[in-house]
Design a protein around this ligand. Structure first.
Ligand SMILES: Cc1ncc(COP(=O)(O)O)c(C=O)c1O
Length: 270
């Protein structure tokens, strides 16, 4: 890492602080976290440099499209189309509700909550998604609330992929599927959507070859990631295409992660 020694110390302090804060077993250290940090960062400075390196499983994931393009847009003054930039206020009922729960008289709302999602929220989600799936969902067992789709994807990959398991990823794909597969020790298997005609191609003209897809399913296949509408193509899979994928999953006991982040707000189902 190309850090100046002073930067390195600051970096170590903040890294140490972050890892302490995220470790449940170290919660009690928070009360004295700055002192703890100083002690740990001094001892880390005395360790050999290879021990300070990130875990091997993160190799190759230090760069990503967001970091590269955000930096390029900043340095060149270009418009960054990769990230949203709302230049209008959110609806009044949203910020008013937020201000209300954060107000001093509502301090009792400012507490730890159920880790998988507040009961009122998971109940409302189960009711809403139950209608889409045409079945009753158990809010306490079948709904998990996360901070964005990234976290739910991370939980799926970490929770299901064993080292050596194969994960089918359809190209073009959202950038985190590959590093998340590899971080879990999985092996990504790619298959492209191809335009089915030469001119005036719309998002619907991008298709999977059913035989090519079927050839990727085997005993090692654990997951397939299905992103509909597809980012970046905008392709919405048809009912027939979804049925073809579902049939392969059922025949081979493969889990489908349906990243439907652009449908009904945000939603990921398996
Ligand atoms: C297909 C897809 N999956 C996941 C994400 C990440 O969503 P979030 O910002 O909620 O973590 C995005 C964001 O654009 C996306 O397009």
């Amino acid at each position: 890492m190309g850090y100046h020694p002073a930067q390195m110390l600051t970096h170590l302090r903040s890294t140490t602080l972050r890892s302490l804060q995220t470790s449940a077993s170290a919660k009690y250290l928070r009360s004295n976290s700055l002192n703890t940090c100083r002690v740990l960062s001094t001892s880390l400075r005395n360790m050999s440099s290879s021990k300070l390196a990130p875990a091997d499983r993160l190799k190759g994931t230090d760069k990503n499209v967001w970091v590269t393009f955000t930096e390029l847009a900043r340095t060149t003054g270009a418009v960054n189309l990769g990230q949203g930039f709302p230049d209008y206020p959110p609806p009044a009922h949203v910020y008013e509700a937020l201000a209300e729960v954060a107000s001093p008289e509502n301090f009792m709302f400012n507490q730890y909550t159920r880790g998988f999602g507040h009961p009122r929220l998971v109940n409302a989600i189960a009711k809403m998604y139950g209608r889409f799936h045409n079945r009753e969902l158990d809010p306490m067992k079948e709904v998990l609330v996360t901070a964005g789709a990234y976290e739910s994807l991370f939980c799926c990959f970490q929770g299901y992929v064993n080292p050596g398991d194969e994960v089918i990823i359809i190209e073009p794909f959202f950038d985190c599927y590959k590093p998340m597969t590899m971080n879990a020790g999985g092996v990504p298997k790619f298959i492209p959507l191809r335009p089915s005609k030469d001119c005036e191609v719309t998002s619907a003209d991008w298709k999977l070859d059913p035989e090519e897809l079927a050839s990727l399913f085997n005993d090692k296949t654990k997951l397939i990631v299905l992103n509909t509408p597809n980012n970046p193509l905008g392709k919405v899979y048809t009912r027939d295409e979804l049925a073809m994928i579902a049939d392969l999953c059922q025949r081979h006991d493969v889990i489908c992660i349906a990243d439907e982040v652009s449908v009904n707000g945000t939603g990921l189902s398996m």
